[in-house]
Design a protein around this ligand. Structure first.
Ligand code: HEC
Length: 243
């Protein structure tokens, strides 16, 4: 029997189904994502990392930060990322629309950085972290002192205005962050995926207890203000022993 056509058809089917599954389907589902306008703020999302932050993305890539840090928050049912405070919602394709290359990372020696810019807002603290992680109690992270210039001060010479004050460093040396260090800090400050998207909405914000809207009678229903507060809110446990 001539099994040629059968083999041909088998190979064709294998190639066609993998082309369909790996290329066509993802392209159809996600291929024409656009920058969207966020309804509440009118801002565009994502705006990408431009200027210093864009330069910082290249530094991040060249130093291999991605070997230890991911930039992706897993969905609530696939891990504890949200519970750890790494984000309020899962990461979706839209978050990376302006990134090239996308630095997702696949090892988590350190925390996920998808929302590092929400947790860290102080450039100086970030620069200290990069220079000497121990100085900001993050000893688990390697230091990158070569991103800084160390100058010896002659007697009576004042350190320049942009010198870092790092604990435990000799007073007669000044530590000046290089442009790459500043760019890297700007990149980390720009990392945030905390806008509500259609495919990954943010959880509703808990209303602060006692602060009601103009829907006054709602407080008398079962829509308890305290019920909407985060689990970690302090008053509830301390009220219990009194009962
Ligand atoms: C060898 C693994 C490793 C590498 C490489 C590494 N880090 Fe880290 N990083 C860590 C660890 C571990 C921590 C947590 C430290 C701690 O809490 O003691 C951390 C913490 C951080 C934090 C604070 C995170 C938070 O949630 O507060 C930032 C920001 C950070 N790293 C940025 C970077 C950048 C930028 C680079 C590249 C220049 C980098 N890391 C390279 C392991 C690493």
């Amino acid at each position: 029997m001539n099994s040629g056509p059968l083999i041909f058809f088998g190979i064709f089917l294998t190639l066609a189904s993998s082309f369909w599954g790996f290329l066509l389907m993802p392209q159809m589902k996600m291929g024409n994502q656009q920058v969207t306008e966020i309804a509440e703020t009118g801002q565009l999302y994502p705006i990408g990392h431009s200027g210093m932050a864009g330069q910082g993305a290249e530094v991040y890539r060249s130093l291999g930060c991605v070997e230890c840090h991911t930039r992706q928050v897993r969905p609530r049912n696939l891990g504890g990322d949200i519970a750890r405070g790494w984000g309020n919602r899962r990461s979706v394709a839209q978050d990376y629309l302006k990134d090239y290359p996308v630095l997702l990372g696949d090892l988590r020696v350190g925390p996920d950085l998808a929302n590092a810019g929400v947790r860290h807002t102080n450039e100086i603290e970030l620069l200290k972290l990069l220079y000497k992680p121990q100085s900001v109690n993050m000893g688990g992270m390697p230091g990158y002192p070569f991103l800084f210039q160390r100058n010896h001060l002659t007697q009576g010479q004042q350190p320049s205005a942009d010198a870092l004050k790092v604990e435990g460093e000799p007073a007669d040396w000044e530590i000046i962050p290089s442009e790459n260090a500043r760019a890297l800090a700007a990149y980390i400050l720009s990392l945030r995926s905390d806008v509500s998207l259609f495919e990954a909405p943010l959880p509703p914000k808990p209303k602060p207890a006692g602060q009601d809207t103009n829907a006054a009678p709602a407080s008398a229903t079962n829509a308890q203000p305290a019920g909407g507060a985060p689990a970690a809110s302090a008053p509830a446990p301390s009220a219990n022993p009194a009962k």
